[in-house]
Design a protein around this ligand. Structure first.
Ligand code: PXP
Length: 253
């Protein structure tokens, strides 16, 4: 069991607000520094093909200017692999990307796309980058992640979070069970397990009770909350929620 659950803060939507006016404010790198000072264990940023939020120079500046691990979220394209190899972030999280989606809607289909994913995983690993695959928690996807050589999976929590938030109890329970069993299965297969998407204080506290999970990546809720309570306070509150959830594991074990 992992005692400590890392918090990766995704700064994409600081860039979304900046880009709404086209200038330099608010700066996602400044937000990243503030997040680290408030307790973030790492920073995540997604350079999309259409550059709708994070831009190339944000990635370069994040790598140069922050003193905690950078997790570079990216599609498994030649362009993005080349940028990752040049930037050498601590980690890269491979995600599916659709031009028209508002956010990363589902996980990778590793079963069907193994032939495209395996060379990207290998190239990133050859360059010393810790690679994760963003997937739904179905066992066949987890097993395929092992086959393509990924050392880490990040389980997509979006459907579970939506069901919790909208009070769809049966669906929330079914999604929770999928994530719980998936985290166990991935851990048994020797994978490092992360989770993320749609998490807020309540769902982060709940998922922190799954001891196989060692990292949560959280963005949209924290940037939204920062409007009301400040980014610093939102990150501190998230840290406390995660610690409360993880303490429950210790109490049971
Ligand atoms: N993890 C991955 C792989 C993601 O694509 C995202 C969304 O960019 C997140 C975590 C964070 O999700 P949210 O912004 O909903 O907290």
């Amino acid at each position: 069991m992992s005692e400590y659950l890392r918090l990766g803060v995704n700064v994409d939507h600081v860039a979304t607000i900046r880009n709404a006016r086209g200038g330099r404010h608010p700066d996602p790198v400044r937000a990243a520094r503030l997040a680290i000072a408030a307790g973030a264990d790492g920073i995540t940023a997604h350079l999309r093909e259409d550059r709708r939020h994070i831009r190339d120079d944000d990635i370069a500046r994040l790598k140069a200017e922050i003193d905690k691990p950078l997790n570079f979220e990216m599609a498994a394209t030649d362009e993005m692999v080349a940028i990752a190899v040049k930037t050498k972030p601590h980690a890269a999280c491979l995600v599916p990307e659709k031009r028209t989606e508002r956010t990363t809607e589902g996980g990778l289909d590793v079963v069907r796309q193994a032939a495209q994913l395996a060379p990207a995983v290998a190239e990133l690993k050859r360059n010393g980058i810790h690679v994760s695959l963003f997937i739904g928690a179905a066992p066949e996807q987890i097993e395929a992640a092992v086959r393509v050589g990924a050392p880490v999976v990040e389980l997509h929590t979006g459907s579970w979070c939506d069901a919790v938030m909208e009070g769809r109890k049966g669906e929330a329970e079914a999604e929770w069970e999928l994530i719980r069993a998936g985290a166990m299965r991935a851990n048994q297969l020797g994978l490092e397990v992360h989770a993320g998407h749609g998490l807020d204080y309540g769902t982060a506290e709940m998922i922190a009770a799954l001891s196989e999970i060692v990292e949560l990546n959280i963005g949209h809720f924290l940037v939204g909350e920062s409007v009301f309570e400040g980014l610093d306070e939102a990150i501190r509150a998230m840290r406390l929620a995660m610690d409360r959830g993880r303490a429950r594991v210790k109490a049971i074990s």
